[in-house]
Design a protein around this ligand. Structure first.
Ligand SMILES: Cc1cc2nc3c(=O)[nH]c(=O)nc-3n(C[C@H](O)[C@H](O)[C@H](O)COP(=O)(O)OP(=O)(O)OC[C@H]3O[C@@H](n4cnc5c(N)ncnc54)[C@H](O)[C@@H]3O)c2cc1C
Length: 341
């Protein structure tokens, strides 16, 4: 992944715990920072003599915001989120990798229903702005926060509701007033309108609850899109696990479906499926190569793979057959991955 300096143009206090940053690439690299609403940027944050990398979703949308904007909420004892909220000021440069991610609008026909919890609103508001400005869709938002003080983009959402009457429907759920959102409230919000595309981003329990309700209502997996703001402790405890190498000489190639075409990809011994695909000249979506951004999630249609890490994958993702191209090593000679699913 290559990083480029972006200049901080403006720092905006959104709530006591969250700040937005308007960012601008220099002219030579501006073309690398085109993006789809819902995508994220990866930042290099200085730490000691080195740096750590963290992903932050774009809360801007190209059709409504002249500049890139990300919004970062403090995480207790978190390094990167507190650095963002304490350090950068206008004029500073930050190292950033170009946009990536698959949490994007898929259809201009199916109405989007969006569930956001806390800072999970960032990619969601980007999708809402796109839906309102670029399509005739009428997005519906369920936005959960612990308290009214914590509502990020409250004014922007109110303004959008006023500007697009009858198009944007926003339901604020405030834990301090109504208790934690539960299955009944989510079901009530969906209200039987199931032929929609559902987008979910927020704390893990909120996303699990919403996914469970949607699944219980019979919404198909291919109409539910999840963005996980994975943090180190959210994984399944397999970070850095040793995986068996593919048996020497056993796996010579694997099959990959990408952009509607089928490819027989020579397997590079000891490498991941992603590295093998890249060396074949294929271009699947990927970003962090460290199992936390989820960009390279694909469906395994057949064969066995082992994963070095699978931090970003939930139990449900694994049950559905998702793997991470950047971590997967083939264990059998009949591996078929579907990058279009
Ligand atoms: C695709 C994507 C998009 C994202 N978009 C956004 C966004 O738009 N806005 C946003 O605010 N966030 C977003 N995130 C989350 C963000 O990337 C960071 O994960 C988040 O800010 C926390 O990072 P941190 O460095 O502050 O915390 P970290 O330092 O990583 O710590 C996180 C938590 O883990 C605990 N912890 C750390 N190390 C240990 C340890 N060794 N043992 C036990 N506990 C430990 C910390 O106490 C803390 O509670 C996104 C994540 C992804 C993957």
């Amino acid at each position: 992944m290559k990083f480029y300096p972006l200049t901080v143009r403006e720092v905006i206090d959104e709530t006591v715990q969250a700040r937005s940053f308007r960012l601008r690439p220099d002219g030579a690299h501006a073309h690398l920072f085109g993006y789809k609403p819902g995508q994220f940027l990866t930042f290099r944050i200085p730490q000691g003599d080195g740096h750590i990398e963290r992903c932050y979703s774009l809360s801007s949308a190209p059709s409504s915001d002249a500049e890139l904007k990300v919004t970062v909420k403090r995480v207790r004892d978190g390094f990167g989120s507190n650095w963002f909220n304490d350090v950068p000021k206008p004029g500073d440069a930050i190292e950033v990798a170009p946009p990536s991610g698959r949490f994007v609008l898929r259809s201009r026909d199916r109405q989007p229903v969006l569930f956001a919890g806390g800072s999970g609103i960032t990619p969601v508001i980007s999708l809402i702005k796109q839906a309102l400005h670029e399509t005739a869709l009428a997005p519906r938002l369920f936005y959960a926060n612990t308290d009214t003080d914590q509502i990020i983009f409250r004014r922007e959402i109110d303004d959008l509701c006023a500007r697009f009457p009858g198009r944007l429907d926003c339901h604020h759920h405030i834990d301090a007033q109504s208790g934690l959102a539960d299955a009944g409230r989510i079901r009530e919000f969906v209200g039987g309108r199931l032929d929609c595309d559902f987008f979910v981003c927020g704390p893990a329990p909120f996303m699990d609850l919403t996914e469970d309700v949607l699944s219980g209502l019979g919404v198909g997996d291919r109409h539910v899109f999840i963005e996980r703001f994975t943090m180190p402790e959210d994984g399944d405890g397999d970070a850095g696990a040793e995986v068996p190498a593919a048996g020497a000489g056993a796996v010579e190639s694997f099959r990959a479906t990408l952009d509607g075409a089928e490819h027989e990809v020579p397997y590079l011994a000891g490498q991941t499926l992603l590295r093998s695909m890249l060396s074949r000249g294929l271009d699947p979506v990927y970003s962090c190569e460290d199992a936390h951004c989820g960009s390279c999630m694909v469906i395994r249609r057949s064969g066995e793979v082992a994963m070095r890490k699978s931090t970003v994958l939930s139990k449900r993702d694994k049950e559905r057959g998702y793997i991470l191209l950047c971590q997967a090593v083939p264990q059998s000679d009949d591996v078929w991955v579907d990058c279009d699913a």
